[in-house]
Design a protein. Structure first.
Length: 230
């Protein structure tokens, strides 16, 4: 895994240069990329999103959003419509990052609480909530929304495929047979129940989605704008 992660990091750095050149914007997204790679791989390997990465990343995100505001416009829109004036760009960027952090973290926190009420067990670690606070501080409201949407969609598709693959491959067959001999159910039903309980690292999918928003999002927006104008 180590050389693959190093290769991925190098490719993302090249992509950052191609998208943003040698600019302050590039420095912001290089910092974000490093944080996301650490969180994504750590969650994939050990199902952990360390506070040592999330909280300093959150602070760095707010600072860098003040220097390079997110491509968001939420604070500008609210300020102009409510107060008929726009705050300075650094304050606007800081507030956009703060709103993005609040939106991302509170949305996942609410989803985790609803899941626990509905299913009676934990479905999401609090690390995911803190990770989205960090992501939101960099991306703002719009980027955070797309990250959660793409991350959960990607997790659902990949997770469903993994569960089906585990079931088809006979994963934990011996355990299901022992449970069936104890009259706990049929082997196939038990195998499906075991496979469906496989825990997937949501933080990994959110991290992949965040990188897509940063690197693919601007290209996709430019393409769609060109198609629309033509």
């Amino acid at each position: 895994m180590y050389p693959l992660v190093e290769l991925l990091t190098g490719l993302l750095f090249v992509g950052c240069y191609l998208d943003f050149g040698f600019t302050q914007t590039a420095m912001k997204w290089l910092m974000f990329t490093c944080l996301i790679i650490v969180l994504t791989i750590t969650d994939l390997r050990v199902r952990l999103l360390p506070d040592l990465v999330n909280w300093p990343g959150f602070v760095a995100g707010l600072f860098l959003s003040a220097v390079v505001p997110p491509d968001d416009g939420t604070v500008f829109f609210l300020s102009v419509n409510l107060f008929h004036r726009a705050p300075p760009a650094p304050l606007r960027g800081f507030l956009d990052g703060l709103i993005g952090a609040a939106f991302g973290s509170l949305l996942l926190w609410g989803a985790a609480k609803l899941y626990k009420v509905a299913r009676g067990r934990e479905g999401m670690g609090f690390g995911d909530v803190k990770m989205m606070a960090m992501v939101g501080a960099f991306l703002g409201l719009r980027g955070t929304f797309w990250t959660i949407l793409l991350g959960t969609l990607l997790g659902s598709v990949v997770g469903g495929a993994i569960i089906v693959g585990l079931y088809a491959s006979g994963w934990q067959l011996a355990l299901a047979e022992r449970a069936s001999r104890r009259s706990l159910g049929t082997v196939n039903n038990l195998r499906w129940a075991i496979a469906s309980q496989y825990q997937l690292p949501l933080g990994t999918f959110l991290g992949v989605a965040a990188l897509l928003v940063v690197y693919v999002g601007p290209v996709a927006e430019a393409y769609l704008a060109a198609k629309f104008l033509s």
